[in-house]
Design a protein around this ligand. Structure first.
Ligand code: FES
Length: 93
């Protein structure tokens, strides 16, 4: 899913909550974080889980708890996900 944060950054995240693989596109943008409404996990623009509402305050969120993130861009008032093309490779056999 592609979205613009309150600060204006365009970003794209995989449309899949790391908790139960539900569509994050049903979530909302909250304080420059994407928040999924079911159990309110929040994601930063880098795809990392930044908040888990049910986790005690003294528990750290593992660094690798994340979803894929992509570069976002805006053109003609449309927010897009940038997918670089793979470099051409030459096969010699
Ligand atoms: S399914 Fe996403 S927070 Fe639980």
């Amino acid at each position: 899913m592609v979205f613009r944060t309150k600060s204006g950054q365009v970003t794209a995240l995989e449309d899949c909550c790391a908790h139960r693989y539900t569509p994050l596109s049903k979530g909302t943008i909250c304080q420059d974080q994407l928040e999924y409404s079911y159990q309110r996990w929040q994601y930063g623009t880098d795809g990392r889980v930044s908040s888990v509402s049910t986790l005690p305050a003294n528990c750290a969120i593992p660094e690798n708890l994340r979803i894929k993130s992509f570069q976002g861009l805006e053109q003609d008032d449309v927010c897009l996900k940038y997918l670089p093309q793979k470099a051409h490779s030459t096969s010699y056999f």
